[in-house]
Write a protein that binds this ligand. Sequence first.
Ligand code: ADP
Ligand code: MG
Length: 402
Amino acid sequence: MTAGVPGLADLQISEGTRVLLRADFNVPLKDGAIVDDGRIRAALPTIAELRKRGAAVIACSHLGRPKGAPDPALSLAPVAARLGELLGTTVPVCPEVVGSQASAMSAALGPGEVMVLENLRFEAGETANDPALVDALCSLADCYVDDAFGAAHRAHASVVGPPTRLPSAGGSLLLAELEVLDRLSTDPERPFVVVLGGAKVSDKLGVLEALAEQADLMLIGGAMCFTFLLAQGHAVGDSLVEPDFVGQCRELLADGIVRIPTDVVIAQEIAVDAATKMVPAAAIPDGWKGLDIGPETAGTYADAVRDARTVFWNGPMGVFELAPFAAGTRAVCDAVAESRAYSVVGGGDSAAAVRMFGAESEIDHISTGGGASLEFLEQGDLPGLRALRTGLRNDEGEDANR
Ligand code: ADP
Ligand code: MG
């Protein structure tokens, strides 16, 4: 599916060409400071390439979820400052997304210079895919580069709009992400083992159903395993369950490639000092909730991962943020790191777990886009990619609010 998505080499850029760069600078913040600048670093290769070719780079991104109006706590100013440090140059932030100041600043930007527009979601038109916002953004630049893989599943103005107005291409991060996902969806080396966990089964049933066609084995952990256990008629105590999805879980279990835990770690509350017990997964007492896979399950899952040739992992096996419930996620993470399999991790929390356990360098690819990578594996395409592929021929736009 990378086929047809134009790359940077397909764009005509010369000295002074103004490029609107949609980046994914949606970094975690704490008290106004950037906790993890991974997403900013991930955009550097494309920015470097554009500067080398003499472009003036007008970068834009969303950050967090402001409600279509300016929110100083979600300003891109700290991102611009960090980007400037990483590039070794001054990167000014424009106090608005579009308007007279944005126009003046972008017009004055010289070859090789970089500026950042304010948070795209300060404009209600971003998530609504408002053509007026698309026009205003496109008026700032001569061409458009989309490197925001993490936003490619959103039919938002800055993602699907510009390719209908400007010569456009995908950046190197976006194309690299696509290549990896292509490798998983087309003829992966076998055995192909999928490990899925995390909070909600409803978020992940689509990708489970899609991957059931491809994978040799699917290992289920996290809160979502309790809906599967419920589907088998087991008592799950106070564990998180989504009873509406029991039917779909039962169908998946019938496929024969889905494995669910045989033992779990339980506690009465989600707390670092909670008393815990190890019990068979089929017998969780009332008043207790399952918060991690047990050691027997962790062992069988780790063995399967070690024997795999391709691994895709999304979603922690338990509440890994708290030490008493981290062992299952750690065991799976270690196995993915040790396995000779081609390994891909998707999902913000899963990536955080990998970093927490120091396994980053052992994983072949950590996707910058959790939701986007799942939706790509589920549907085989994304609105942002379709827009780039269709380019100037597409003047219909996409449905907003997906
Ligand atoms: P990702 O961001 O990697 O896609 P998710 O967002 O789906 O992962 O899920 C991550 C969250 O799931 C973590 O905050 C973790 O604490 C929570 N979680 C995992 N297992 C359980 C469980 N058994 N009960 C409650 N929450 C869980
Ligand atoms: Mg998450």
